[in-house]
Design a protein. Structure first.
Length: 99
């Protein structure tokens, strides 16, 4: 199992992994889904994956999720939310602007 590295640059913590990819089974654990559910997402084109085969003719393949693309998509989705939805959790904590 890959272990993340936690660094403190500019007083902000950042978790880094030794790889930009995760086997889809490991990715499933990270997002709280079953490997079967993640495999279904792959089959429907809903995840940025790399198909790894020993040869182009091989019937067997491993699927790895490309984490930087996943994170970029997640960030874009978050930033596209209306402000009240995006920042609602801050108000709930008493850190956002009152309405």
């Amino acid at each position: 199992m890959l272990k993340p590295v936690i660094s403190n640059s500019d007083n902000q913590y950042q978790i880094r992994s030794v790889s930009d990819g995760l086997p889809y089974q490991e990715f499933a654990k990270h997002i709280g889904k079953s490997p079967e559910a993640v495999k279904g997402m792959i089959n429907k084109g809903k995840l940025p994956v790399l198909e790894m085969k020993e040869s182009p003719d091989s019937q067997r393949a491993e699927y790895w999720v490309y984490i930087p693309a996943w994170n970029a998509g997640l960030k874009l989705a978050h930033e596209s939310l209306p402000k009240e939805m995006r920042d609602g959790w801050l108000r709930w904590l008493g850190l956002g602007e009152p309405k």
